[in-house]
Structures are given as C-alpha cells and as structure tokens.
Design a protein around this ligand. Structure first.
Ligand code: HEC
Length: 111
C-alpha cells in the first residue's frame, strides 16, 4: 500500500516539493553543485567576497599578502575571521584562492 494517492499529478507535486529544497541545500554545502571548486576566483566569489568585498572584513586584494599567510588565516581563523575546515575548502582550492588573492590587483576606487 502506498502512502500517496496513485495519481501522477499528486506524485509529481510531492516530488517537486522534496527535490527543490534538497538541491538548494546541497548547492550551499558542496561548493558549486558538483562538490568541486572551479578556481581560486570561484572560492573567493562564493565565500570570501561576502565579507571581504562587503565591508565586514578588510580588503585583501592588492596588498601582496603571501598565499601561505592567507591559507593559515583561512584554516585557523583570525580574531573575528571564522576558520574554514578542509571539508569545506579542500587544500587544493585553498592554495588556489591564496594564489588568486596574492596576485590580484586592488579593486579600483569607487566613485
Ligand atoms: C564571515 C565573514 C568572513 C568570511 C566569509 C571570510 N573572512 Fe577573512 N576576515 C574576516 C574578518 C572580520 C577579518 C578581520 C579579523 C580581525 O582583524 O579581527 C578577516 C581577516 C582575514 C585575513 C587577514 C587580513 C589581514 O589584514 O591580515 C585574511 C588573509 C582573510 N581574512 C582571508 C579570507 C579568505 C581567503 C576567505 C575565503 C576563503 C575569507 N577570509 C572569508 C571575515 C571573513
């Protein structure tokens, strides 16, 4: 015996209700949908930029911060900066985002 009425329209509606929230949740937890960060720029845009382009954290680009320093801050946290574990940003992606920030020019001054 099925819990759902055996009507295709009802089944489709129920399936849709379950699939969308799951898809959204996995999108937040696992990088960009497939669980793999695309590039340092991708990590920066999806994670760091929320704070470091939004006046919460200090500007990072254009300061020639060493990639090793950036990695250490991300893994361990630093005062008000939260730590990000390898389960969220893997070592390879961390290396990439460090290199990306270290070599990016400062954003041009806003008018
Ligand atoms: C939730 C907001 C938030 C996110 C997300 C965030 N940071 Fe930060 N970060 C901060 C804040 C706030 C500080 C300043 C900490 C302090 O001085 O108390 C900081 C400081 C830093 C510093 C030290 C800067 C300095 O002047 O020495 C580095 C490096 C850094 N963050 C890198 C990153 C990277 C790389 C990412 C992305 C993987 C990231 N942060 C994501 C909030 C954030």
């Amino acid at each position: 015996m099925s819990l759902l009425p055996n009507r295709p329209a009802v089944r489709r509606a129920v399936t849709r209700c379950l699939v969308l929230p799951l898809a959204l949740l996995s999108g937040i937890a696992a990088a960009d949908g497939d669980g793999v960060w695309k590039s340092g720029e991708n990590v920066y845009a999806k994670v760091c930029g929320h704070c470091h382009e939004g006046q919460v954290g200090p500007q990072l680009k254009g300061r020639q911060l060493p990639a090793a320093y950036i990695s250490a801050v991300v893994r361990n946290g630093f005062r008000a900066m939260p730590a990000f574990p390898a389960s969220f940003i893997d070592d390879h992606a961390l290396q990439q985002v460090g290199d990306y920030i270290a070599t990016s020019p400062a954003p041009s001054a806003k008018p």
